[in-house]
Write a protein that binds this ligand. Structure first.
Ligand code: IMP
Length: 446
């Protein structure tokens, strides 16, 4: 079965949590490889909804080991709270381990995230990123600046004190930092409680590979938020791509069996940055309402738009998707037609089909050209029930047409369709062609 990588194919919030949870039923390990509490993975269980921010979604399944991988930046206090909440709700069913190489988000990073956004705003309001203010950017900056504190250091009190002193010394430009000795005392306390989870995680995963156990790399954020390949500077600070998932786990590319991209049937974006297919007005409000498009982490309303094939073709090649999961098709049910952007025209009249401008301002100036696909009916209880009992054959014919179209245009087969928030509302379409890499996944899902 090998290593399966799940990657968000848009600007985040594609229902990666839901699809990862679905695939986790067959996994032995689920690994988060990047980001931290900026993520919000919502999963709808019979017991109610759960939103995971730092803990991988494998935790909801007994017999699965969840790994907070080396590439993550974790807020120790928030992580402890998340663990406690899961335990109190009886949902902490698997095992959890935290890489000694993962970095800690400290109170200084939260102060710095807010300070940076204010600095951008004061200098040039269009430069504001709209970060989640969870300290992600500053924590990664310290990681690469080599000021950061790893979990392996966090749990050794003398080392923590030494690293914290250095970290504070590196920020003479920040006023109003929380008192260092208080931060040290608080962190030491939390670290003592988290210490039993902290381990070298790569050897555990390498041994799992040798035993041919299945490993799912749970993407967080998405390819278009990649610090290099996304809409820079309106991006997050790590690599939410298939390549990034390997760096963030310590697993080698040669072990990857499949790379699954997750895309909604439309698009959303939260925070600042270009969004060529954004829809405003009544239709925008309709999609926001029907799709429940509010950020799971920050509660912000998401901007909405149509599916963008230029970006999807780009992201498919960047990540080497072996298949796609198409989510939230039910949200579009009942529309007469469903527009899909097939190309861009630049202000100079150039046509772009699969490689968007790297420059965010240029991307904001393109005009999308739309193909209008016939709409499909609303997903009433009867249709939902039929899909549940008969599988993909019961999907409305115009939706099948849409699925085929997106698969053909991106040259990536759509392997799953998600048609509602609940765990069981995902249907496997089988491997409609696809690359050999997808062979592993059919064994998982079939
Ligand atoms: P940061 O990751 O908090 O630094 O935020 C940088 C940008 O990425 C902002 O536009 C955020 O809204 C966006 N972002 C970060 N994490 C997520 C996510 O999980 N879903 C959607 N957008 C995100």
């Amino acid at each position: 079965m090998g290593v399966i990588v799940v990657v968000g194919a848009q600007f985040g919030d594609e229902a990666k949590g839901k699809i990862t949870d679905y695939l986790a039923a067959q996994a032995r390990y689920v690994v988060r490889t990047g980001g931290g509490p900026n993520a919000g993975h919502s999963i709808h269980l019979a017991e109610g909804a759960v939103v995971l921010h730092q803990v991988p979604c494998g935790i909801l399944r007994a017999g699965v080991t969840s790994v907070c991988g080396p590439g993550m930046v974790l807020d120790p206090k928030a992580l402890e709270e998340e663990i406690r909440t899961l335990q109190e709700r009886g949902l902490f069913r698997g095992e959890l381990i935290i890489s000694e190489r993962a970095h800690a988000i400290l109170p200084t990073h939260l102060v710095e995230d807010a300070w940076e956004e204010e600095l951008r705003s004061a200098t040039n309001p269009t430069a504001v990123l709209g970060t989640t203010r969870r300290g992600i950017g500053p924590a990664y900056a310290d990681r690469y600046g080599r000021w950061g504190i790893r979990f392996g250091e966090l749990i050794r009190p003398a080392k923590l004190a030494e690293r914290l002193e250095l970290l504070y010394a590196s920020k003479p430009y920040l006023k109003n930092l929380p008192d260092r000795s208080q931060v040290l005392a608080d962190l030491s306390e939390v670290a003592t409680r988290l210490a039993p989870y902290v381990r070298p995680t790569e050897p555990i995963l390498w041994s799992a590979v040798e035993r041919n156990e299945s490993i799912l790399l749970e993407g967080a954020q998405s390819a278009l938020l990649d610090v290099d390949f996304g809409t820079y500077p309106y991006v997050t600070s790590h690599h939410p791509t298939s390549a990034g998932a390997l760096v963030g786990s310590g697993l080698p590319p040669s072990e990857v069996t499949a790379v699954i991209g997750i895309t909604k049937a439309y698009a959303t974006r939260v925070g600042a940055g270009p969004f060529p297919t954004e829809v405003a007005g009544d239709m925008g409000a309709y999609l926001q309402r029907e799709g429940g498009e509010r950020g799971a982490t920050t509660g912000r309303l998401r901007q909405v738009g149509w599916l963008d094939l230029v970006l999807l073709r780009y992201v498919a090649r960047l990540n080497g998707f072996s298949s796609l999961a198409l989510t939230k098709v039910d949200v579009l049910g009942g529309l007469d037609e469903v527009p899909v952007a097939v190309q861009y025209v630049t202000p100079s009249g150039e046509t772009l089909t699969n490689y968007p401008p790297a420059d965010a301002e240029e991307l904001a100036r393109v005009t999308p050209v739309y193909e209008k696909m016939p709409g499909w009916p609303k997903f009433n209880e009867r249709l939902v029930e039929r899909i549940r009992s008969e599988g993909a054959a019961a999907l409305p014919s115009t939706l099948k047409q849409f699925i085929d179209y997106v698969g053909r245009e991106t040259r990536v087969p759509i392997e799953w369709v998600s048609y509602g928030p609940r765990r069981e509302q995902t249907v496997w379409l089988g491997r409609s062609g696809g690359r050999t890499a997808a062979a592993g996944i059919s064994a998982w899902a079939g």
